[in-house]
Every structure is written in C-alpha cells, then in structure tokens.
Design a protein around this ligand. Structure first.
Ligand code: SF4
Length: 397
C-alpha cells in the first residue's frame, strides 16, 4: 500500500510488454537500489540476496535494449545534494538571513507530496536536487540518447521501482518536455515479478550478466539509498570531506543507522557538530517537522523516508507474509553488504560521475547542473474564506 494513499497510478505491465515486442523500439530500463535485494524472494532467494546480475539477464531476455542502474543516478544526486548542503551550511553559518536549515534529502516522492500538502511554509527545506530516478532519466534522454543519435521520443525509458509513489513522481509535469516524460513509466518490483513469471523467466535458473556500463557503474554510497539512514549517510560521506578538506578514516556512520522510527545523531565535521535527524514512516516524519516548525528541535540536515525501513519496505515490493521486521532488516543488510563489497564507496569518487561533470555539467550546482538536475516544489493547498471571513485551508490533489 502506498504510504500517501492518494496515489492511484495504473499498472503498466502490458504497455511494457507491448513496447518490448514492437520492432525498432528502443527500450531502456533503470533499476532502483532496493529492487535487487527483494525481487529474488519470489524465486527462492533469501531476503537481502543481491540478484542484480540475474535481473540484468532477465530484462535482456524480455527484450530490453539497455539495462542501466538507478544507483548511478543516486551517486549523481549525492554529488548535487552534498554540494547544496555545504553551500547552505556555509551561508547559514555566515548569518545570511534568507538561508534556512535543515536541508532535507529529496528522493522520496511520497514524502515530497506530503510536505507540499501539509507544510507549505517549509518548501525551502527539501534539497532541490532531483531524485536518483529523475536524475538518471534526465541524463539518459538529454545526454546519453543525444550522444547515441536518438531523439527523446525515440527512447522509451522505464524505471523498475520498489515504490508506487514513483509512478506519481514520473508523471509530474516538471519532469517532461513537450509532454515527453523523462521516465515514460514505472514498473514496480511486484509487477516485474508477475511479468517474469508469465514470461517463463526464472531468476534462479538464469545465467548472470553485467549491467550496461556508463549509466550503470555505481559506488557503495549509491546503493545504501534503499534503506533508512542511507541517503543521509551517503551525503555525509561526501559533505564532511568537502567541508573539512580532509579524507575520512571511517565512512560508516553507525550513529545514522538503526531501525527506530525517529533518530537523532551527531556527526563531527571538523570543529562543527552536525545535528542530523532521520525518520521513516509518515507519522514520525510529521512529528519531526512539527518540532522543527515550532523551534523545539534544530537540525542541520534531515532524511525522511515514507516507508518502514526505507525503500526496502516500499509499497511496490514483494509482500512480506511473516517476520516483517526481520525480513526488512535482512533486505537492508543486503544493501550494506553490497556497499562494503565496493572498492569505491563515496559518490563523488565515481569516475563516471566525474566524467559527466567534466564533459557536460562542469561542477555540482553549475548553471547546467541546475538546469538538468534540480527541480521545484509547489504548495498543494487552496485557501477559501468561511462565513466569518476567516481563511480556511484545504488540501488539493
Ligand atoms: Fe517510495 Fe517508500 Fe522509498 Fe519513499 S520510502 S521512495 S515511498 S519506496
């Protein structure tokens, strides 16, 4: 079930199969970090087992032309978000009046919609960096496709997501050009399981294949986006080094990890102690925002994920029949294991990310990066007068 309830996007499985069967149609996919540690459960793998290379083979067998990875987009999101955090922090500490902290990581669309509906006075809190799915899709259509000689219209861009809210995010008008959307449509993990089952593809019995490179190579920081505390930990790995100018000895921030719904941690950045809040589940998120709004709590940065334990517990993931918490923790630990197995574990050190800045985007927060990789938020309220001429605020869809 989608945590924001109002999201009722349709199933695009048939559309996906039709597109794959259409001759000369170029179909590319991206897969979110959390999908690879959950989809295997439907094929006899344990929760948390990484089946990304089997999934790459399965998607190619279905007819996908290029199998890419959203995790690459997560590294790009961190490059922008960490730079934005450093910039906002420095201006805040310098006493600039119109700069507000905390900064909120912005990759959860359910949460973004929630803040637009309920906290219209706090829309300067979320980072303006697009989510990994949207950053990936923008680069795929605006840079990769053009480099290959394809127009936007010739590429069908499909996102395999743990999340029903991602369908709504993909349909936001700001993520389209002349009604051509950066993500054409989203398929959830559960929908992909059904597609594979009805196509006779068994992940257990398929030979592993590589994910397509360039938009596929990722770091350990990108992969932990799929669990609670992961996005802020990835951001902190990059931001603390940029703020202090020193290499970190230990990049695992245990104080940001854990399973409580509302956690508060301190992270040292030189002489500065960064106060960071992490929540998962909308009830805890609302509690945190209310405390920030009233001045009861102050944070330099916050992470909010709408689903329990983050995207590993997303509304589009395989249903958990028993031992829910244990399964969610195993899925999340699967992401931590992938992180630890990676030689590069900080997003800004990803050579493919560095290359895209060198060739097209100059540097994080450049004019070009803003144009392609950032977005805006809108209050979703309407105000009317009641019979006593007082303002009444109503939420709107
Ligand atoms: Fe989607 Fe849930 Fe992840 Fe938010 S936490 S991006 S709603 S799966």
């Amino acid at each position: 079930v989608c945590p924001v309830d109002a999201i009722t996007a349709g199933d695009n499985s048939l559309k996906f199969l039709r597109d794959l069967a259409t001759p000369n149609k170029l179909v590319i996919t991206q897969m979110a970090p959390a999908v690879r540690v959950t989809i295997g459960e439907a094929f006899g793998f344990e929760p948390g087992e990484n089946v990304e290379r089997k999934l790459a083979a399965a998607l190619r067998k279905l007819g996908v032309d290029y199998v890419f990875d959203t995790t690459w987009g997560a590294d790009l999101t961190i490059a922008e978000e960490a730079a934005e955090f450093q910039d906002r922090l420095e201006r805040y500490l310098a006493g600039e009046k119109n700069v507000r902290l905390p900064i909120l990581t912005s990759c959860c669309p359910a949460w973004i919609k929630f803040i637009e509906q309920n906290y219209g006075d706090m829309l300067d809190v979320p980072s303006t960096a697009k989510s990994p799915m949207q950053m990936f899709a923008t680069v795929a259509k605006e840079i990769w496709a053009k480099e290959k000689g394809f127009s936007r219209e010739e590429v069908t861009s499909v996102a395999i997501m743990p999340c029903i809210a991602k369908k709504y995010e993909a349909s936001r008008a700001e993520f389209s050009i002349n009604l051509n959307y950066d993500v054409d449509y989203v398929i959830t993990t559960r929908e992909l399981i059904r597609i594979l089952e009805t196509s006779g593809i068994d992940l257990k019995n398929i030979e592993e294949e590589d994910i397509d490179p360039v938009l596929g190579e990722y770091t350990g920081a990108g992969i932990i986006f799929g669990r609670t505390g992961g996005v802020i930990e990835a951001a902190v790995r990059t931001a603390v080094e940029k703020i202090t100018g020193k290499k970190l000895d230990n990049i695992e921030f245990e104080q940001l990890r854990g399973w409580d719904g509302f956690r508060i941690a301190e992270v040292e950045a030189g002489d500065l102690k960064l106060r960071i809040g992490v929540t998962h589940g909308l009830r805890e998120a609302a509690k945190m925002l209310d405390k920030i709004r009233s001045g009861e709590e102050f944070f330099h940065a916050i992470e909010i994920m709408a689903c329990e334990c983050g995207c590993v517990g997303g509304g589009g993931q395989p249903k958990i029949k028993r031992n829910k918490k244990e399964v969610l923790i195993n899925r999340a630990e699967g992401l931590n294991s992938i992180d630890r197995s990676k030689e590069i574990r900080k997003s800004d050190e990803n050579p493919y990310i560095q290359a895209i800045y060198e060739k097209y985007l100059e540097h994080p927060l450049s004019h070009k990066a803003h144009e392609l990789l950032h977005t805006s938020y809108f209050p979703r309220v309407k105000v009317r007068k009641d019979k006593n001429k007082s303002d009444v605020v109503e939420y709107k869809e």
